[in-house]
Design a protein around this ligand. Structure first.
Ligand code: GLC
Length: 642
């Protein structure tokens, strides 16, 4: 049983109004686990007094939580998991690109309501270096709002309104690194040993050179290597991402404690989901790639168990864009099961969908998904197509081999297909961080440009336009029905194309991810209700599917997704099973030609019985007139059993 479930049980036997008693109880019940986790990372934690410091810190942090949020914590403990509901629908956006600032965002809440969005992921809004700052993922101060977005008061206003509207908020916690302008980094540069120990700093290259032997490069084009020389302190510091992002040293318990305090300050702003950024990198060990190490999981569980005591209404999202079998581990295993992150990005599904679009085949998707172990009952996915980052080809080589393809050759094909190296491909994507040393590369670009809309509009090719629109709708329909929280990347709801303006900005031009961080196009949004066209079709279809999702209880995530195989290599079928013989069949065609499915095969699953079914997306009852089901290119169906 995970600790959240235990607290739910205990909450029923404790006086409902006595919030402090509930806190005490949570602390008492988590104590043993907290101690085990803490000592696993800091074996000297008892003698050094560090564990005692943690125990003193927790009540102090709890005292800083507002009464409203404490009450909300308790009511969330007592209710079902809100994040698994079919009624949750997310959107990710840059506040300044969306509508200027936090107040501007608040003025647009009716836009979200109209579309059906009730969970917002705002990209980093904390202070950051003036020049390059990785879109705010280089943090100067975890608790200071950058003034371009507004003030703390503006954020308070926004969270209060969101709560009143029963909307949810997700913010990032950049847990792995600070910027080189954070006060700790500044003190380290000034020679303060205490703060040099907050990072991995070295007097020479001896240890860095050893580490480099097994460390991959995250940004090989712009920030090769994993260490940066800092002349002010005449030392090398570990910088796995960009040279201005200093990795925090979690072997130092003081770092954990300070970051925990920062985390609580963040959640006390009224944040419902904390996106744990780059959490796979939290622990480094010589001779390994320093990703997904067991100690990283222990640190995450430790954060989670502390949060479970202080602010149990908040949940954690794992931003682990790693191999499929590694992602699922962030839900916790063994004594950590259900005690790490409640939510993880379904980066595997995302990459596999792009793979299926390029190859027009679904077998790799089937093989991979079928091999991912069932996640814990209280965990869920974020299903998405695009986000602000690149598309990494996190596909499992074993399965690529089983397909009869050569993994390296196959990845090269995908890069060529999406990054304009094949004349016949409709995609207009850009290459990100190509590493000539090993041929690795990633893909960027907006969903619409990657799916052919940009090229189709340029060439005035109406058929290609329609095809691109169908692809965009189909992929969104899959993430809306797969099981988990669907997230739309702002702009994709109107088929926004690549934005090439980053090429003119010296601080952005080396980072092609900016092609997919466009300004929200309000003029087009205003026109979609009046004019026909690809944007209007995409917007209307997505809005319709969101509304239908919310009326389909089978789409709530109860680990109720079953893959069904067909003999047709272009088709994907999965079922969202429901209570007592009910369910919804999701069928999609990844091919550019009509594909036919044998009606008997589907009838065997209990659908199309008596040749009648409910087509949820079209909201109509349809009669099947022949013994087969024909799916037009890129068609998606949600079929409900009668
Ligand atoms: C995450 C973010 C990405 C950022 C990186 C380093 O992966 O999504 O945008 O560059 O972390 O913070």
């Amino acid at each position: 049983m995970n600790q959240a479930a235990l607290h739910k049980l205990l909450a029923q036997t404790t006086k409902p109004k006595d919030l402090d008693a509930h806190f005490e109880l949570r602390l008492a019940t988590n104590l043993t686990l907290l101690k085990d986790l803490f000592l696993a990372i800091y074996p000297k934690g008892i003698e050094s007094g560090a564990f005692n410091d943690l125990l003193t810190l927790l009540p102090k942090l709890y005292k800083t939580r507002s009464h409203t949020l404490r009450e909300q914590d308790l009511s969330r403990i007592n209710s079902g998991n809100w994040y698994q509901s079919e009624k949750i629908m997310g959107m990710q956006l840059y506040v300044d690109h969306f509508n200027k600032d936090l107040n501007g965002l608040q003025q647009k809440l009716s836009y979200f309501e109209d579309l059906g969005i009730n969970l917002l992921h705002l990209m980093p809004i904390t202070t950051r270096p003036k020049g390059e700052n990785d879109g705010g993922y280089a943090v100067n101060d975890y608790t200071a709002i950058d003034k371009r977005y507004g003030t703390k008061k503006d954020l308070d206003g926004l969270t209060t309104t969101l709560r009143a509207k029963k909307m949810y908020l997700m913010l990032d916690f950049v847990v792995n690194h600070t910027s080189n302008e954070h006060s700790w980094a500044k003190k380290a540069k000034a020679g303060q040993k205490k703060y040099q120990d907050y990072y991995y700093t070295y007097p020479d290259r001896t240890i860095p050179n050893e580490f480099e032997k097994s460390l991959p490069e995250i940004f090989p084009e712009t920030s090769p290597g994993n260490y940066t020389y800092v002349p002010e302190m005449d030392k090398w510091v570990m910088t796995v991402f960009n040279s201005y992002q200093w990795d925090l040293n979690y072997t130092n318990p003081q770092v954990f404690m300070e970051m925990l305090a920062n985390l609580v300050k963040l959640v006390n702003l009224g944040v419902d989901i904390v996106r744990f950024d780059a959490l796979a990198f939290l622990w480094k060990k010589m001779g390994t790639d320093s990703q997904n190490l067991p100690e990283a999981h222990t640190i995450i569980a430790l954060f989670k168990m502390c949060l479970q005591v202080v602010a149990p209404g908040t949940i954690l999202l794992a931003e682990a864009i790693v191999a499929p079998l590694n992602i699922i581990r962030y839900f916790g295993e063994g004594n950590k099961e259900g005690n790490e992150c409640e939510v993880a990005y379904n980066a595997s599904l995302m990459a596999l969908l792009w793979n299926s679009m390029a190859t027009k085949k679904t077998a790799l998707l089937y093989k991979t998904i079928a091999n991912i172990p069932t996640k814990p009952q209280d965990a869920t996915w974020i299903n998405y197509i695009r986000c602000h980052d690149d598309i990494g080809l996190g596909l499992d080589d074993r399965f690529i081999n089983e397909m009869g393809w050569n993994p390296q050759g196959h990845r090269k094909f995908l890069l060529d297909y999406y990054c304009q190296n094949l004349a016949w491909s409709p995609a207009k994507g850009l290459m990100f961080m190509y590493n000539p040393k090993n041929g690795d590369g990633r893909i960027t670009g907006s969903a619409a440009s990657l799916l052919g809309l940009e090229k189709a509009l340029e060439t005035n090719d109406v058929a290609l336009q329609e095809q691109a629109v169908d692809k965009i709708i189909m992929l969104h329909g899959i993430i809306l029905s797969f099981g988990g929280i669907p997230f739309i990347y702002a702009g994709d709801e109107i088929g926004t194309l690549n934005d090439y303006s980053f090429l003119k900005d010296a601080n952005k031009k080396e980072d092609s991810r900016w092609a997919n961080r466009p300004q929200q196009d309000w003029a087009t949004i205003a026109s979609v209700k009046k004019k026909k066209g690809p944007q209007a079709t995409i917007f209307g279809s997505l809005k319709n599917m969101i509304a239908r999702r919310k009326k389909t209880p089978e789409f709530a995530d109860g680990n109720n997704m079953v893959l069904h195989h067909t003999s047709n290599e272009h088709i994907l079928i999965f079922e969202r099973t429901g209570a007592t013989n009910e369910g919804v069949l999701v069928i999609s065609n990844f091919d550019e030609h009509t594909q036919v499915l044998d009606g008997n095969r589907i009838a065997k699953l209990g659908y199309l019985k008596d040749q009648k079914y409910h087509d949820i997306i079209a909201n109509q009852s349809t009669q099947l007139n022949s013994g087969f089901l024909a799916l037009s290119p890129y068609q998606l169906l949600w079929l409900k059993k009668y």
